[in-house]
Design a binder for this molecule. Structure first.
Ligand SMILES: C[S@@+](CC[C@H](N)C(=O)[O-])C[C@H]1O[C@@H](n2cnc3c(N)ncnc32)[C@H](O)[C@@H]1O
Length: 273
């Protein structure tokens, strides 16, 4: 996606942590990045950083004295403002078991390395990250809404690129349900939408026979890139695009390969854990 032409807009319609948009903005790979997110909690964070008082949010994180008692108290209150909501989201993400924010996931009891609730709370790092993103926010736009409402705006733009990382529920798997609150998604509609787009696009998906079949029926190629999951286990991430020949250049270095769906024996799906 990076190299063939200058990307004017990178659209990340399922933003979550927005890692691709942020990388594109920090490394000047696109003139601007548009992040879209439906989840109210995640949206509060992006709204505060991109449109609100991000310095105040960073300060609130630095000043928070974390303990089980203060975390429980901070998380049980109704947020008084979007900034407050953003703070709660970040706190919940850092002190919840495995960083999972969907309803039902509790506070981490032992934490990583037995370090308890503060094992993943790095206030300086979080605050620095927020300030760094805030400093380049003129290149970022955030939309609190549905991917399906925003994607059509960019489909006819040949200088736009879409990075599509939806919740992984296309094959009825559990992982997407466990990780995200907004997991109900019409995956067929998503494939239909982008199939004839003038814009470039790249999907990442959970590897399954159903997803491969969707790619094949929409004349898209699949490939794999190595990644680590939340538990630092190495796995191959499935990617889907219109032409993945460029992926070959990474093959020898990091083990990526692109394959023709129809040639590929259906292997046991790699679960997203
Ligand atoms: C797999 S995650 C994206 C992770 C992201 N690539 C990152 O770097 O963190 C999918 C995200 O899409 C959001 N989502 C689900 N349905 C959506 C929709 N219809 N429109 C926009 N966002 C949606 C979920 O709340 C979740 O944050």
């Amino acid at each position: 996606m990076k190299a063939r032409k200058r990307t004017s807009t990178l659209l990340e319609p399922f933003a979550g942590g927005g890692i691709i948009s942020l990388t594109a903005a920090f490394e000047n790979l696109a003139e601007r990045a548009v992040l879209v997110e439906l989840d109210d909690n995640v949206a509060a964070v992006w709204t505060t950083i991109i449109q609100g008082d991000y310095l105040k949010l960073a300060k609130k994180i630095l000043e928070f004295e974390l303990s089980v008692r203060t975390a429980e108290r901070a998380l049980s209150r109704r947020p008084r403002s979007t900034l407050d909501h953003a703070f709660q989201t970040i706190l919940r993400n850092r002190v919840s078991h495995g960083g999972i924010m969907a309803p039902g996931s509790g506070l981490t009891k032992t934490g990583e390395g037995g370090k308890g609730i503060s094992s993943r709370w790095y206030p300086e790092t979080l605050a620095n990250r927020i300030v760094a993103i805030g400093a380049i926010r003129s290149k970022l736009e955030f939309v609190h809404g549905s991917a399906f409402d925003v994607i059509p705006e960019y489909l006819d733009d040949p200088c736009a690129a879409l990075f599509i990382d939806p919740p992984y529920t296309a094959a009825g798997k559990r992982a997407g349900r466990r990780l995200y609150s907004n997991h109900q998604l019409d995956h067929d509609r998503l494939f239909d939408l982008v199939e004839t787009a003038a814009a470039d696009f790249l999907f990442t998906y959970d590897d399954s026979i159903e997803v491969r079949a969707k790619a094949a029926s929409h004349q898209m190629e699949i490939g794999f890139v190595p990644m680590k999951n939340t538990h630092h286990a190495k796995m191959q991430e499935l990617i889907i695009g219109r032409g993945l020949a460029w992926l070959g250049q990474f093959g020898s270095e990091c083990g990526s390969k692109n394959v023709n769906v129809s040639d590929h024996a259906m292997s046991k799906p790699e679960a997203f854990r």
